[in-house]
Structures are given as C-alpha cells and as structure tokens.
Design a protein around this ligand. Structure first.
Ligand code: SF4
Length: 263
C-alpha cells in the first residue's frame, strides 16, 4: 500500500491554510467519505467542531473516550450532543475499570511515569480499538493554545491510528472561538464556566486561576512535565516521522490527482 509522509503533506497543507474550519470539514468529508470520524473530549473546541458537523449535516461519527473517570458534566455534554444535535457519538472504553487498574497496577496517575502509563491504558488504547476504520480523523487542536499546539499542521499524520488528523480549527483564534460561541447555540461543557480551561479526567484536572496558564489545571499534582496525555500525536516529539499507508484511491483524492476534487 502506498506510503504517505508528513513531508508529502507540506504543499497541500499550504493550500489549506486559507480555508475556513467549515470548508476544511466539508473538504475532509469529500476526501475521506465514510472513513472519516471526529475525535472530541467534550471540551469547548470539540463542541464547536460537533456544532459545525451538525450544522452542515455531515454524517461524521464523533469518537469519545470514556476513561471511566470523566466528570459527570462531560458525560452529560456527550449525551446532549446525541439527543439535541443528533450526533452519532461512538464511546470507546478502556479494557479495565479504574478500580481494576488500581488493583493490578496501583494508583498510576500519582507519578509522572505512571501518568504516561495510565493515559496510555485509559485514553490511547481505547482510541486504538477504532484503528483501521478511519483514514481521517477530525480534531480540534488550535495553534492559539500555544505550547505543543502552537505550530500544529492542518493535516498531521497519526501513525498509531494509520490516519490523517485534520485539525480544522488550527487557525481559529481565541477571539474567533468566543465569537463562534456567542453567535451559535453550541452545547458547551458547563465546567468551562467553573474555571476549567481544559477538561480531562476528574482525577487529574482542576480549575485554573485567571493568572495561570490555560493548561495549569492538568496534572497539577505532577508539575509542568506532564502537560499532555499524547492522545494527539502532534503533542509528541516523534509525531509522523515514519508515515502511514493509505489506499491509492484515497491518496489520489487527497492530492486531487483523480476526478474533480478541489484542493
Ligand atoms: S488524565 Fe489522569 S486518570 Fe485520566 S488517563 Fe491520564 S493519568 Fe489516568
């Protein structure tokens, strides 16, 4: 099967820079068809992507990883997206409950090394159960988040999932995000109104003070060395270095080599 590298995507990524998030979403649907999904942790940016999917009536399933220790507000947000926006949310689960994991491995999330293991078991491995089903996964990373996301490409390879991550909000600023929320009836996780700038498991996420960086509430007990769970491969140092394998037909559509596909 033909191999696609991150370098191959560079010229295409350039052409996509001017597209709006909605245009990128429609473009991704036209390229990947029924082998496209979105990934949301039920945070604000993910809710915007879900709203755009719903508004455009795109048949894109939304993958959500229920770690078993999510806040109830997060699960309620997922349920509202299903019942009020009619989204097809596919919930993925870890192989063990948190109680079973603690019995087998101890309380991993209390140490930096254990956190990596815990996030791998409770977030990355559940997502990997969907590997092979999708050639593209729409994400909600934004460059305005800074840190590892400051230079995130619109199209980024996900080697573990053998997919192309499509970061449709990559160019959305904080102001544009707020404007979208104000002008649209977006279902937003209520924890954002309680000081949570980012939201993950209830074991490892706290609200932040206005004077703190947005990600200060993640793994606060571990210090600044554990700022990401790595479910998004572009948050890692070695993202997309080896490439992925896609059908020639998908590659032809991706690069506009076959048929009438705008790129
Ligand atoms: S955020 Fe914490 S509890 Fe959740 S998977 Fe990662 S380490 Fe485990």
């Amino acid at each position: 099967m033909p191999r696609l590298t991150q370098a191959d995507l560079a010229p295409l990524n350039k052409t996509l820079e001017e597209r709006t998030p909605q245009e990128l979403l429609s473009w991704a649907a036209s390229i990947f068809g029924n082998r496209l999904a979105a990934l949301s942790a039920m945070q604000m940016a993910g809710s915007i992507v879900c709203h755009m999917i719903s508004q455009a009536k795109l048949n894109i399933p939304v993958l959500f990883v229920d770690t078993g220790v999510n806040f109830q507000e997060t699960l309620d947000t997922r349920d509202r997206l299903i019942s009020e926006q009619g989204l097809n949310v596919i919930t993925l689960y870890p192989p063990m409950t948190m109680a079973e994991q603690i019995k087998a491995h101890g309380v991993l999330y209390l140490t930096p090394e254990g956190q990596k293991e815990c996030c791998s078991m409770r977030k990355i491995q559940p997502l990997l159960t969907a590997a092979g089903k999708y050639d593209g996964i729409v994400g909600s990373l934004r460059r305005a988040e800074g840190g590892r996301r400051g230079g995130v490409p619109i199209l980024a390879l996900d080697q573990d999932m053998n997919t192309v991550r499509v970061n449709v909000l990559a160019n959305m600023s904080d102001e544009e995000m707020q404007a979208y929320l104000t002008s649209n009836d977006v279902i937003v996780n209520p924890l954002h109104d309680q000081g949570f700038t980012t939201i993950s498991c209830n074991r490892c996420t706290t609200p932040v003070l206005p004077s703190e960086p947005p990600r200060a509430g993640r793994w606060r007990h571990l210090g600044p060395w554990s700022a990401y769970c790595h479910i998004n491969p572009t948050d890692r140092d070695s993202a997309g270095t080896q490439g992925i394998e896609l059908d020639q037909e998908v590659l032809n559509r991706l690069f506009g080599r076959d048929g009438d596909f705008a790129i």
